[in-house]
Ligand binder design. Structure first.
Ligand code: ATP
Ligand code: MG
Length: 423
């Protein structure tokens, strides 16, 4: 009997048992992209190595050591795509799509990087990405973040943190680069091997280090924000103002840089603490210089890419509780209240499609009922007591967030719940 041949390390099958998650993610993302007027584009998985070297930058981990590169039979140097943006920019230029700028595009598919396989890091992985050309922002930058937030909400994902920073212009960054280089050169003994390698070629990447000792050192390092000019500052402040207006919470992380060289102005990452060290599920920013680097006119560009595997892992972690947790735990005080409570629960289930209501069973004090309500994972406790029945009101208490408690009249309850379910 001959031995079996296994898949390449870091390149995984997606099994039928997992495909429900994949399909749900893909359908959701496509629907949301469409609702913002984005069109799909599909580009080849293999491109000339030179395309990635030029677009991503020679002094990046991706080009230095992560690409799958080979010579084809004709002697051309080709690479499996490590990311989507370079190919999309090429396609946009080659096919004259900028003629209709601004253009909003999205893509999806496998990417390849020869990294050390570990949790959250594989050698073939999948990304969804969006790219917008011909809009200098910051309105479009903010719209992209609204689009992301809508995707998380549609998937029922919670606990994602948006971190933002401004990288300014390449000129502004050059001044900072020199200062950072001087600061870190004086502290070489505290740098790890990775950082030492980056020091001469691309010191900004050291800010991206995952090593806590290096991060501690960076707390005293010069700040990039001190090098930003008025225009860059204004662009960033307007971006943040729009996020605020759209109700998108975010934090400024002054050490946030992107792994690829072509970014400028606002950059962003959506991060979860539930996936361990590889917690970034979506990352991107503005890359106003990229189209020109690729041989086009200096068109502004902005975009992001989200890692599908990490998103699916998060869906797996969060969906069980999301699927089972009731929206409402019905707390009932008093013998006669149970009948009214059960009727109310039935009525709500009939009238509000998808509403999950869990009834308290076996009586008990308010205190013990609230304990059970908490354990059930419900978002709301609805309290029905004799007082409430007499006054024709229920008391609603938020169990998972601040919000105190409020009285809602029974006739207004369904409207209140419908509005709440939409948030
Ligand atoms: P990281 O710091 O995690 O290496 P990166 O800067 O290399 O990220 P990007 O090139 O910005 O990542 O890719 C965007 C997203 O694609 C990441 O946030 C992540 O979700 C996903 N991603 C990147 N590399 C991998 C990988 N090797 N395996 C799985 N997902 C990945
Ligand atoms: Mg990486």
């Amino acid at each position: 009997m001959s031995s079996t041949i296994n898949s390449i390390r870091g390149m995984h099958d997606i099994l039928p048992s997992d495909l429900a998650h994949w399909q749900r993610l893909e359908q959701t993302v496509k629907d949301v992209f469409a609702s913002y007027g984005f069109d799909e584009i599909r580009v080849p998985i293999v491109e000339k190595t030179e395309l990635f070297a030029r677009a991503i930058g020679g002094a990046t981990d991706v080009v230095e050591k992560e690409m799958y590169t080979f010579e084809d039979r004709g002697g051309d140097l080709l690479s499996l795509r490590p990311e989507g943006t370079a190919g999309v920019v090429r396609a946009v230029l080659q096919n004259g799509l900028l003629y209709g700028a601004p253009v909003r595009l999205w893509y999806q598919g496998p990417m390849f990087r020869r990294e050390r396989p570990q949790k959250g890091r594989t050698r073939q992985f999948h990304q969804f990405g969006a790219e917008v050309f011909g809009a200098s922002g910051p309105d479009i930058d903010a719209e992209l973040m609204a689009m992301c937030q809508r995707i998380w909400q549609a998937l029922g994902l919670t606990g994602l943190r948006l971190e933002v920073n401004s990288l300014g212009t390449p000129q502004e960054r050059a001044g900072f680069r020199d200062e950072l280089h001087a600061f870190l050169s004086a502290r070489k003994q505290d740098l790890d091997e990775d950082s030492l390698r980056r020091l001469e070629r691309n010191p900004l990447r050291i800010m991206d280090s995952k090593n806590p000792a290096v991060q501690a050192l960076l707390h005293e390092a010069p700040a990039l924000s001190d090098h930003l000019g008025d225009d860059s500052r204004q662009h960033f402040e307007e971006f943040r103002g729009l996020l605020e207006a759209l109700g998108i919470p975010h934090v400024v992380n002054p050490r946030l840089v992107r792994g690829l060289d072509y970014y400028s102005h606002a950059v962003h990452e959506w991060i979860t603490d539930e996936l361990g060290a590889q917690g970034t599920i979506c990352a991107g920013g503005r890359y106003d210089g990229l189209v020109e680097i690729q041989g086009g006119k200096p068109w502004p560009g902005v975009g992001f890419a989200m890692g599908q595997e990490r998103l699916i892992e998060l869906m797996r972690i969060q969906s069980e509780s999301a699927r089972l947790a009731p929206h409402i735990y019905l707390v009932m005080a008093g013998e006669d209240v149970v009948r009214a409570g059960m009727k109310l629960a039935e009525q709500l289930r009939t009238d509000i499609q998808g509403l999950r209501v869990q009834l308290n069973l076996g009586g008990g004090s308010f205190k013990s009922q609230f304990k059970r309500a908490d354990r059930s994972g419900a978002a709301l406790a609805l309290v029905l007591g004799e007082n409430e029945i007499q006054s024709g009101e229920v008391t609603i208490k938020h169990l998972r967030e601040e919000g105190g408690q409020k009285q809602v009249s029974l006739p207004a309850l369904e409207d209140w719940l419908r509005a709440w379910m939409k948030t």
